[in-house]
Write a protein that binds this ligand. Sequence first.
Ligand code: OGA
Ligand code: MN
Length: 207
Amino acid sequence: MNFDANSLPLQRIADDLAERGWSVQDAFLPASLTAALAAECRACDVAGTLAAAAIGHGDGLAVREGVRGDRTQWIEPGRSEACDRYLAVLDALRRQINRSLFLGLEDFEGHFALYPPGAFYQKHLDRFRDDDRRTVSVVLYLNPGWQEEQGGALRMYLPGEQTLDLAPFGGRLAVFLSGDFPHEVLPASHDRLSLTGWFRRRGDSSF
Ligand code: OGA
Ligand code: MN
């Protein structure tokens, strides 16, 4: 599963972020890597390690199914070859964004997410009120053969009351500035799988 990171559209993503704050790339990874990540997300579901997602953090952490209905599993380096390959790609993307936008992104945190049929995530911003380290949101969709009619779009709220609906097609990568774009996940008729995460800056409180 070797591939050349230079062939990935990292500069295009950085340019999109600089110009308008968001970017979408279809077939972002080699198909074999997307398939391996999708299989791993499925395996987490089968093994029962996906847990009801929470909102907020620290003392404010709470599970509220009326806000978001996905189940998640955080990923750490070393958990699998596929995840490590993806994390390496993301690290190259992080450095590219830093070179182009001077955002000072330091690290990445991310999780597999599975939205069962009917589940959604209400309109929100990917920044906590008391912790603004999350700076760039990165979502990789893991749904082979997804049809638009199956729903599950990521609805982005753009400036000027415009909205943009992105279907969660397998292999599609959505990247956006976390603090600038309210967004929501619409319900789907089938399980909706993704690997979702955030590039973070150093926080004032993390001395
Ligand atoms: C999130 C989120 C978007 C998506 O997990 O914060 O907004 O399309 N996910 O899964
Ligand atoms: Mn979000």
